[in-house]
Write a protein that binds this ligand. Structure first.
Ligand code: COA
Length: 256
């Protein structure tokens, strides 16, 4: 892998977009490497949470515009479609935390929208700028912005392509925490380590309940939550935690 750097510590996998000379513009190779890393992380019990980051100047300036010149619309729709790759990211079952700084544009914004928690440096500048080059977001931008922020904010951002700040993003609910430029990655890793201490089965169930539940009407979503609750109820982690509470002792840590 050259476009994605990987590092694992304390159950947290750090994935760093690594194309700094092109502001981490997302080309086919980067997207494929990212999906390979996530596919491996999905089945690796040593990975409980993933943090996705770029560098101080850019999380990512979006889809690789150079690549657009080298592909036909037929290829984009078929053999070279990146749609399944974006699905892999959106369907990743463990918590995905974005730690962003600098440009978070286009596909970079869509990557952030595919994450479950977002920690941003004060320097982060977000935009869905595709309209400025005669395009629209094609990897979830219109749908996820509209579902997260409502129709009017999504219209404003997608139709004007205007930049918005980390503070605005936090106010609108796209960002969990805004930090100084020195702290954003440390804060994201702290958050990841905190989540990594909890039962992996419960963490996955919680993510599935929230992410998939949001796509359902309330009644089936409540039933889905209950089904997941019953499933985690029988896990050794939950049973041990309940017993330890009753016996007034600390729960034994379970592995895996
Ligand atoms: N695709 C391909 N290359 C990109 C890119 C993208 N989306 N964004 C930046 N780059 C490349 C530039 O071509 C330049 O490469 P070069 O040094 O070989 O010429 C390098 O990254 C640095 O970018 P540059 O434009 O010089 O930096 P800047 O600080 O002046 O401007 C941006 C930064 C993000 C405002 C500007 O690069 C930009 O508008 N990028 C496109 C953003 C976009 O439209 N994304 C959505 C695509 S659908």
């Amino acid at each position: 892998m050259e476009r994605i750097l990987r590092e694992v510590q304390d159950g947290v996998l750090l994935l760093r977009l690594n194309r700094p000379d092109k502001l981490n513009a997302i080309d086919e190779q980067m997207l494929r490497e990212l999906c390979t890393a996530l596919d491996e992380a999905r089945v690796d019990d040593g990975v409980r949470v993933v943090v996705l980051t770029g560098n101080e100047r850019a999380f990512s300036a979006g889809a690789d515009i150079d690549g657009f010149a080298q592909v036909t619309v037929e290829e984009l729709a078929t053999s070279r479609s990146d749609f399944p790759l974006w699905d892999t990211i959106r369907r990743f079952p463990k918590p995905l935390i974005a730690a962003v700084s600098g440009y978070v544009f286009g596909g970079g914004l869509e990557l952030t929208l595919a994450c479950d928690l977002v920690v941003a440096s004060q320097t982060a500048r977000f935009a869905a700028p595709e309209i400025r080059i005669g395009l629209i977001p094609g990897a979830g931008g219109t749908q996820l912005l509209a579902r997260r922020f409502g129709k009017y904010r999504a219209m404003e951002l997608v139709l004007t392509g205007r930049e918005f700040s980390a503070e605005e993003a936090e106010r609108w609910g796209l960002v969990n925490v805004v930090t100084t430029p020195e702290e954003y990655l440390t804060r994201a890793l702290e958050l990841a380590r905190q989540i990594a201490q909890h039962s992996p089965a419960a963490v996955r169930a919680a993510k599935a309940a929230i992410v998939q539940g949001l796509e359902m009407p309330l009644d089936p979503a409540l039933r889905f939550e209950r089904e997941l609750f019953l499933r985690v109820f029988t896990t050794p982690e939950a049973q041990e935690a309940i017993r330890s509470f009753l016996e007034r002792r600390r729960a034994k840590q379970q592995s895996g």
